[in-house]
Design a protein around this ligand. Structure first.
Ligand SMILES: Cc1cc2nc3c(=O)[nH]c(=O)nc-3n(C[C@H](O)[C@H](O)[C@H](O)COP(=O)(O)OP(=O)(O)OC[C@H]3O[C@@H](n4cnc5c(N)ncnc54)[C@H](O)[C@@H]3O)c2cc1C
Length: 449
């Protein structure tokens, strides 16, 4: 007994120092610790994923059900360092999305909820507005369609004629633009951490460095989901589980018996940054008229809360799900992507645009040339390379981008107990509070909470 106890203590000490290091042999430790006593913590609902969607969901669930015992598990040592901490920081107004879709509805609702939340919790933001600018005559019909769509979605927008563009953006040129005064900017990692603080203040538990590796049926009928993580001396058992795993949302779903489709394919988005002395070139967000044949909104000017101005992001296929550097590579992620029929189809559909993105990614001169359509005085000397983010893009087997939110539970043994949020694409940060309401409604319906 003495030996077992000291061995348990030794394992705990090793774990404390090693944290979530992937070089630590968890499987060996798990086999050993299966003969030992490990702590089991029990919760009514466990949320997996400490990005903005998971944290907003955890908060909303606790606000509506203060008596529930809730836990949130995050694999990193900090909250919200992936998509939530690597994005443009734009509070979108809901202009682009097809009227009547969830994406449109949740964005318009989410924007209002987010501004109210920031006011209440003193999270700084700037309502710096946005111009979507047509610089070629052929873009004007598309701009007009976008304007009609924005009105249908209930956005506050106005048309700006070419000669008036400079009253909003003194350095910008164009033929015609849409002005959105309610578009803003914020630090989404700070917003998400503030959701987390409120969750903890109301009694929720957040466990960092807890990487979920499996879901198993436990022997406890009241808490039937055993959430197997990298903590071999500790297990979390739960009555119900909601996963919001971002770039790993498909893998979390498949380990509980769901289909592997839609699959997440990572797309890196790299930014350039205006040198500080040139930040005056853009006061607010300046966007191109999006090409409806392409999935992303196009390279744009976005001011940041610290006064910087970012240009981007582009969209390049990544070889690693959380690969923020050009040469980041992961064998499993790359193999999965390369052998996925949906991705091959997508690449064939957009091969021209993809090659264009690649050449502009390699040459700042080419990228700047594209941006000079909006700000002719911009020079390549005015920009430097900036950070990158990775988008979790869900794809079906025909190479179609899955545009809206998807819930899944699968059909396995644990399906009655699981709710996976499999796709939360941009503008999910803007819409996070509205998405959380929808996820909690869905969980109440499925779990009868
Ligand atoms: C380049 C870029 C620009 C964008 N710009 C905007 C914008 O301007 N405005 C906007 O509204 N949206 C924008 N988005 C989209 C927005 O950032 C995302 O939709 C949103 O952050 C998704 O949040 P999430 O919580 O689903 O994912 P994430 O923030 O990625 O969080 C998922 C979390 O789950 C954790 N996790 C994964 N697997 C496990 C596991 N096995 N165990 C435990 N934890 C796990 C991860 O570590 C991570 O913390 C942008 C995205 C990108 C990439």
């Amino acid at each position: 007994m003495y030996n077992l106890n000291s061995f348990t203590i030794m394992l705990r000490t090793i774990h404390r120092y090693v944290g979530r290091s992937r070089t630590y042999n968890f499987r060996t430790a798990r086999n050993l610790s299966s003969t030992l006593n490990y702590d089991i913590e029990k919760y009514d609902v466990t949320i997996v994923g400490g990005g903005i969607v998971g944290l907003a969901t955890a908060r909303e669930l606790l606000l509506r059900n203060p008596d529930l015992k809730l836990c949130l598990l995050e694999k990193e040592h900090q909250l919200s360092i992936h998509q939530t901490g690597h994005n443009s920081g734009v509070i979108h107004a809901g202009i682009y999305y097809k009227p009547g879709t969830l994406k449109a509805k949740l964005c318009v609702e989410g924007l209002k909820m987010l501004y109210d939340f920031c006011d209440e919790h003193r999270v700084p933001y700037k309502k710096c507005g946005k111009l979507i600018v047509a610089t070629e005559a052929e873009e004007i019909p598309r701009l007009d369609n976008l304007y009609a769509r924005a009105l249908e979605n209930g956005c506050t927008v106005s048309i700006v004629e070419g000669k008036d563009i400079q009253t909003f953006e003194p350095h910008c040129r164009g033929l015609k633009a849409i002005h959105s005064p309610n578009t803003g900017i914020v630090d989404y990692a700070l917003v998400a951490r503030t959701y987390g603080k409120e969750f903890e203040k109301k009694g929720g538990t957040i466990k960092l460095a807890y990487q979920v590796e499996d879901f198993k049926q436990s022997s406890d009928a009241d808490y039937p989901v055993a959430i197997i993580g990298n903590h071999d001396y500790q297990q979390v058992h739960s009555r119900y589980v909601i996963t919001c795993g971002g770039l790993y949302s498909d893998r979390l779903a498949t380990i509980s018996g769901c289909d592997s489709i839609p699959k997440i394919v990572p797309f890196r988005g790299e930014y350039l940054v205006l040198k500080p002395e040139m930040s005056h070139l853009a006061r607010g967000n300046i966007y191109p008229v999006p090409n409806p044949a392409l999935p992303f909104l196009g390279f744009h000017f976005t001011p940041r809360m610290n006064g910087d101005v970012w240009l981007g992001p582009n969209a390049l296929l990544a070889f690693k799900r959380e690969g923020y550097n050009f040469f980041d590579f992961d064998v499993k992620d790359s193999y999965e992507a390369a052998t996925f029929r949906g991705l091959r189809k997508l690449v064939m559909k957009h091969i021209g645009a993809g090659l264009g993105e690649l050449s502009r990614a390699a040459s700042m001169r080419l990228q700047v040339k594209k941006l000079q359509r909006f700000i002719p005085e911009l020079r390549v000397e005015d920009v430097q390379r900036g950070p990158a983010g990775v988008r979790a893009q869900a794809l079906d087997t025909d190479g179609n981008l899955v545009d809206d939110f998807i819930f899944d539970s699968g059909s396995g043994q644990l399906s009655q107990r699981m709710l996976h949020v499999r796709n939360a694409p941009s503008p999910a940060a803007t819409s996070s509070l509205a998405i959380a309401k929808m996820v909690v409604d869905e969980s109440k319906r499925r779990f009868l909470l």
